[in-house]
Design a protein around this ligand. Structure first.
Ligand code: 13P
Length: 325
């Protein structure tokens, strides 16, 4: 078993999942502002300290994805975040894309950037304790969207990122997110997700990415948030698993879903319903951001007196998702 495969399997096995706490400075700042916390490097650090020091987190969380700022910050006890996680038995991951920017020639679509200098950045993060990385590409469904241009550009970048990570001994989380925004149906989401994943695996093959050393992080197949006809939990589970079976080779050790704006309980129900379908060739787990930490942030609101209650809420969500597996 290669070292990459060993790490990838640790990320997705034992009924644990991955916690995404890697919001960019901009995104994290606006989430803090929404709950009345002044966004500073220190308030972002304190909030991330609340997350990682939640009691018994390592029972349900195998890895935590951090942003560059957090990766270099320290907890109150003086340990860096990656050092602290290593001591807990949780793998430290790093988001390495530098954000989705407008794609030239495609006014309503985006391309994730960050390939320049990535080899050197991966080497530095590995020295600082990263064992895995993440790159998120976003695909929009809309009138005549996504364009082939946007899909091809994004899967190409994902595959080059994955190759560079593996060369540096770091497991890439490969995240092609078909967004929930819009009024599209479940069937449209299924069709777009199928074609994005098919293009992605062609490109990963072209770039000679070792499939047993990646973790795929896709969207679940859901209807757009604005679609008047919302599918049942069973429909979502069935459509998602059918799509993955058609497109994801069995050599991929695990699939860890993003939550994408679903409410936390619904995301957990979808995950649970998928485990009840026929035997699957890969581990199916979670790599949620909002569906894990959203309720804790709402509870905390920057109030030290709510610290323990917020950690309790996070713990409940983490346990619920581990049980869903
Ligand atoms: P959500 O679960 O909030 O979609 O976040 C997951 C993630 O890592 C997005 O890149």
């Amino acid at each position: 078993m290669s070292a990459l495969n060993k790490t990838a399997r640790m990320m997705v096995s034992n009924r644990r999942g991955i916690l995404a706490a890697d919001e960019s400075i901009g995104t994290m700042s606006s989430r803090l502002e929404k709950v009345g916390v002044e966004p500073t490097a220190e308030s972002r650090r304190v909030y991330r300290e609340l997350i990682v020091t939640t009691p018994r987190l390592s029972a349900s969380i195998s890895g935590i994805i951090l942003a560059d700022e957090t990766f270099r910050q320290k907890l109150s006890d003086g340990r860096t975040f990656p050092e602290y996680l290593a001591d807990l038995g949780i793998l430290a991951g790093i988001k390495v894309d530098t954000g989705a920017k407008p794609l030239a020639g495609a006014p309503d679509e985006k391309i994730a950037e960050g390939l320049d200098g990535l080899r050197e950045r991966v080497a530095e993060y590995a020295r600082l304790g990263a064992t895995f990385a993440k790159w998120r590409a976003v695909i929009t469904i809309g009138d005549k969207l996504p364009s082939e241009r946007a899909v091809r550009a994004n899967v190409h970048a994902l595959a080059r990122y994955a190759g560079l990570c593996q060369e540096g001994g770091v497991v890439p989380i490969v995240e092609p997110e078909v967004l929930m925004d819009g009024t599209h149906s479940l069937a449209q989401c299924q069709q777009v997700t199928t074609s994005v994943l098919a293009s992605l695996f062609e490109e990963l093959d072209l770039m000679q990415v070792q499939l047993d050393g990646i973790v795929l992080k896709p969207n679940m197949v859901v209807a757009g948030a604005g679609c008047p006809e919302q599918p049942s939990v069973t429909d979502v589970a069935r459509a998602t698993v059918d799509t993955l079976r058609k497109t994801v080779p069995a050599s991929v050790p695990g699939i860890a879903f993003l939550s994408g704006g679903q409410d936390p309980e619904t995301a957990t129900m979808h995950l649970a319903a998928m485990q009840n379908l026929d035997p699957l060739p890969w581990e199916l787990t979670y790599s949620f951001g909002r569906a894990l930490v959203g309720p804790a942030l709402e509870t905390w609101r920057g109030d030290t007196d709510k610290w323990v209650a917020a950690q309790q809420v996070l713990s409940e969500r983490a346990v619920a998702n581990a049980s869903a597996r």
